[in-house]
Design a protein. Structure first.
Length: 443
């Protein structure tokens, strides 16, 4: 008969120190916002199942911006999602903690910034990574490529969500520039996107050669799968415009507007902000001017100049050929963007030609693209929110009842967080953001 000996004691489990990593250390939200960005929190602990770990967050600085009760953590396993509901405008630090087994824990700091509430927050989305959005091109599936006038980076965003770009491209090396092109306008024909710099002086009235650049990118794929490849560039369009205007009696004052010391964003300055092809054409493109405006343009009208061989300007470097200027009554406002849909319906985003214009009027006008035909106002836009309206993401069917259009702001000069810092000068890209908002057009 065998008699069992004593059972060996179970060996104690040794747990390691938990690990915690944040997908972003800096996060931006907005008071009252819908669908603000979230942060992924990845946790682990040797000797423990990740699902047994607890993740929490607490306010460690300014609870009036976001406190412990304003943080939500969802999900299970190794990756959790942390969302913050902004309580007030400003900055705060949040301590994110993972509590492991064996009484061990680890923490990380999440640096959080919240901007003020805006009108109709349910219709607002925030495109982070850059504050100076200047042009947008639809690429299908609810996505758009957005340009920045403070860099040469093109960013792909999901227009339905707030957050960082899905992809980015910087074609500075292909363009042969080290400074910003000051991209202000863009349009798409087939698989080619045309981009234009402002063509004007910088804000101090100095000529900067990279701004006298237009270029193309070739699109492949669509939606989140969009890819861009560099095409060709042309760097003499400003020179061609000045020579054309001089040959026609200096009607628009382009030579004076581009002179050394002349600021571009003034009534008699020189600054291009819109680009779109003429009705039914793949060769003639309209350049939309933020300046000059009245009295430089007769009758106080906004100005479009047709480039009748725009395709060849980019394809072969041909010298630009121009048609007669198109002068539009936009209620004393200038062109900030111009875009058309597949049906040939044009929408013009109109705003001030001045440099500091966030409090000035903005409006949307419908047009048929034909010189001599008057545009019709479809909406006045709010001016109380930070940033200036700068880009049309996509033109809807303008004959449909309740047609809605999404616009994007250039918020580079806005004080988003109430500390006197302009958004373009913020240290952390995650805190830089432009706002995209939906507006319903009047019948």
């Amino acid at each position: 008969m065998l008699i069992a000996g004593p059972t060996a004691p179970a060996q104690a489990v040794t747990y390691g120190t938990p690990t915690i990593a944040l997908s972003a250390s800096y996060l931006s939200g907005a008071v009252g916002a819908t669908g603000d960005p979230v942060v992924n929190v990845t946790v682990g602990q040797s000797g423990a199942d990740a699902s047994a770990l607890t993740v929490s967050a607490s306010a460690s600085s300014k609870a009036s911006v976001a406190g412990t009760g304003d943080v939500t953590v969802t999900g299970a396993g190794a990756v959790r999602q942390l969302a913050v509901t902004a309580r007030g405008r400003g900055y705060t630090n949040l301590t994110v903690k993972v509590a492991g087994l064996g009484g061990k824990s680890a923490t990380k700091t999440l640096y959080y910034a919240a901007s003020a509430a805006v009108q109709n927050p349910a219709d607002a989305r925030y495109l982070t990574g850059s504050a100076d959005a200047s042009a947008a091109v639809d690429v299908g599936g609810g996505y758009a490529v957005v340009a920045d006038d403070e860099s040469n980076v093109l960013r792909l965003y999901d227009r339905s969500r707030s957050g960082a770009p899905v992809k980015t491209w910087d074609f500075s090396s292909q363009l042969g520039v080290s400074k910003e092109v000051d991209i202000e306008g863009a349009t798409r024909i087939g698989n080619t996107i045309y981009w234009t710099g402002s063509l004007g002086n910088n804000k101090d009235g100095e000529y900067k050669a990279p701004r006298n650049t237009v270029f193309t990118t070739t699109v492949s794929g669509s939606g989140s799968g969009t890819q861009l490849a560099y095409g060709r560039s042309y760097k003499k369009l400003r020179d061609d415009l000045v020579a054309w205007d001089q040959a026609n009696g200096n009607r628009y004052g382009f030579a004076a507007g581009t002179a050394d010391g002349e600021a571009p964003k003034q009534i008699d300055g020189f600054n291009v902000e819109g680009l779109e092809f003429a009705p039914g054409s793949t060769t003639t493109a309209y350049l939309g001017f933020r300046a000059p405006l009245a009295p430089a343009v007769p009758g106080g009208k906004a100005l479009l100049v047709p480039v009748t061989n725009f395709d060849q300007v980019l394809a072969s470097g041909a010298k630009a050929v121009f048609g007669a200027g198109v002068e539009l009554d936009l209620g004393g406002l200038a062109v900030r963007d111009i875009r058309k849909n597949a049906a040939g319906q044009y929408l013009i985003l109109a705003g001030s030609g001045a440099a500091d214009d966030n409090s000035d009027p903005y409006a949307l006008y419908q047009w048929d693209g034909v010189a001599g035909h008057a545009p019709v106002k479809r909406a006045d836009l709010p001016t109380t929110d930070p940033g200036g309206w700068e880009a049309i993401a996509e033109v809807p069917d303008l004959t449909a009842a309740g047609a809605r259009v999404q616009l994007v702001t250039d918020s580079g000069s806005a004080d988003l967080y109430g500390d006197g810092t302009e958004a373009k000068d913020l240290t952390h890209p995650e805190w830089k953001k432009a706002r995209a908002a939906w507006f319903t057009l009047n019948p």
